[in-house]
Design a binder for this molecule. Sequence first.
Ligand code: KIV
Ligand code: ZN
Length: 391
Amino acid sequence: MSQAQIQIFDTTLRDGEQVPGCKLNTEQKLIIAEQLEHLGVNVIEAGFPISSPGDFKSVEAIAKLIKKATVCGLTRAVKKDIEVAAEALKFAKYPRIHTGIGTSDSHIKYKFNSTREQILERAYEAVSYAKSFVEDVEFYAEDAGRTDNEYLARVCEVAIKAGATVLNIPDTTGYCLPSEYGAKMKYLMENVKGIEKAILSCHCHNDLGLATANSIEGVINGARQIECTINGVGERAGNTALEEVVMILRQHPYLNLDTSINTKEIYSTSQLVSQHMGVYTQPNKAIVGSNAFAHSSGIHQDGVIKKRETYEIIDPKEVGVTESAIVLTARSGRAALAYRAKKVGYELTKLQLDEIYANFLNFADKKKEIDDQDIHHIVETSSVYQQIISA
Ligand code: KIV
Ligand code: ZN
């Protein structure tokens, strides 16, 4: 069976950049957009053009630069927003307007002081108006995660009637359980009239740490686009992490779902975004954290040195990380010490290793991590050093 292609919609430059302190200037946005295209994302959400003159300029510059990916601009369901987005996108080879409105009862009542019927009208008008500028219009039903499915299906039908070809179902507040979000997609696939004219898109936030799981459940249940950010950056606890969903689909080929991402570019893209946003990536972050391919306990190190697959499900080279790291700490065993000593030039016999390992443990108990310089010191101050160098 051939693999269904999941579109990767990257919103690092829009939802990701909404994080306090992460603002990017136009030059930085262009550098990241170019790398996102190189990574192979299908859609780059470049910004929210009406939000500021700077963001307008960035979206316009990205629209001029990018030639393979679709370039998208966000709007509210407001005519002026749509006009400004269309203007910012006018040089894009593949422009998309992403418009929408809150659909949960809470948004309808407290944000808009409106009614469900009026929201349906506004959704229709916004999509129709966006359609008068560009062919590719995506509609978002903000807070769809807390919108009841029957009403959400009506909203989707209206958006399709007005010409939307992508229906974004955001779990804006990161509330849904994976089973619930998956069931929502299944319900929409089965109950929205005209659904064959559009694709459903997952847009999940990570308030309960479920953004990635929810997106995966979404595509298992019929969605064909995932909205995500590099390193999972985004509002509050962040968005679905691009590197996670892409590698989950790659590692589970029986799901018959894949993406066009060039995974070897993942690590460098992660580093680039982290540097420009000034956001440090937690060491234990899946796929791109500094410890994602590092092994420090003796049992694991022994296994990985014998056969990498014993403790790694991904070959680090697949995501652009040069190699697995064998980190030396007081929990490391002889195999790890011999492996690292060899890397810095010492081929140790079993007896030499026994002697040096005892010194190593004393040293490691006083220090968090043993580096190459420490290895030289431990070897050179051992009683077997003369034998080693004369061998
Ligand atoms: O989380 C959300 O609902 C959004 C929309 C504006 C698409 O980011
Ligand atoms: Zn969002």
